[in-house]
Design a protein around this ligand. Structure first.
Ligand SMILES: *[C@@H]1O[C@H](CO)[C@@H](O)[C@H](O)[C@H]1NC(C)=O
Ligand SMILES: CC(=O)N[C@H]1CO[C@H](CO)[C@@H](O)[C@@H]1O
Length: 188
């Protein structure tokens, strides 16, 4: 009797772990490597609004993929300037233009940007109890960073919606809290 109970418990434990493993595998997006940080040359890496600058010798993980997209894909909302001279570096990849930060525009991590397939399309972002529609204009490059093309900023994590301040305003997030917010997004 005790033996059967023991086997039963063991079975449940094994089942628990094996379903966990399957779940992890379905969600998996493995790193594709690392880049080594180099010190930004003088005048490089715009620190506007606390942009992160690469640290010399630090290793940064890079990704070619993002987590699978669903109707409520979890992401982290960050802030970016898409204006000329802002912390976003060059013009947006989708249209080679700069964008006014008072318009709701975003950059997506490389996997979600998906080879420009979401370019100039809208996504719905839900966070802080509100929703906003924003247009995808750029890539937040998860595959490279710490070079002049990326203003000596680290590679993007693979789960980022990098948004203009208009998006933060529309979600009603107090200015002092702009920077990192758990959100969900979907194709609009
Ligand atoms: C995206 O949304 C904007 C503003 O709501 C709208 O003007 C534009 O037509 C939309 N674009 C697409 C591709 O749906
Ligand atoms: C993207 C963004 O919010 N940029 C802001 C950075 O900080 C300056 C000065 O406070 C603002 O003028 C920008 O709008």
């Amino acid at each position: 009797m005790k033996g059967i109970l023991f086997l039963g418990v063991l079975f449940v434990i094994i089942l628990h772990f094996s379903t966990n493993i399957i779940e992890v595998e379905a969600q998996s997006c493995n790193p594709s490597g690392k880049v080594r940080g180099t010190k930004p040359p003088p005048g490089q890496c715009n620190r506007e609004n606390d942009s992160d600058c690469c640290k010399e010798g630090k290793m940064y993980t890079i990704y070619k993929c993002s987590p699978p997209v669903s109707s409520h894909t979890k992401a982290v909302l960050t802030i970016n300037s898409f204006q000329k001279g802002g912390d976003g570096g060059g013009p947006s990849e989708c249209d080679n233009q700069y964008h006014n930060d008072d318009t709701p525009v975003v950059a997506l991590s490389t996997g979600w940007f998906n080879h420009e397939s979401r370019c100039l399309k809208n996504i719905t972002i839900t966070g802080n109890g509100r929703s906003v529609v924003a247009m995808v204009v750029d890539e937040c490059d998860s595959t490279m960073g710490c070079d002049s093309d990326h203003d000596y900023q680290p590679p993007c994590p693979n789960n980022i919606v990098d948004a203009s301040k208009a998006v933060w305003k529309a979600l009603g997030v107090p200015h002092s809290q702009w920077g990192g917010l758990d959100i969900v997004w979907s194709d609009a």
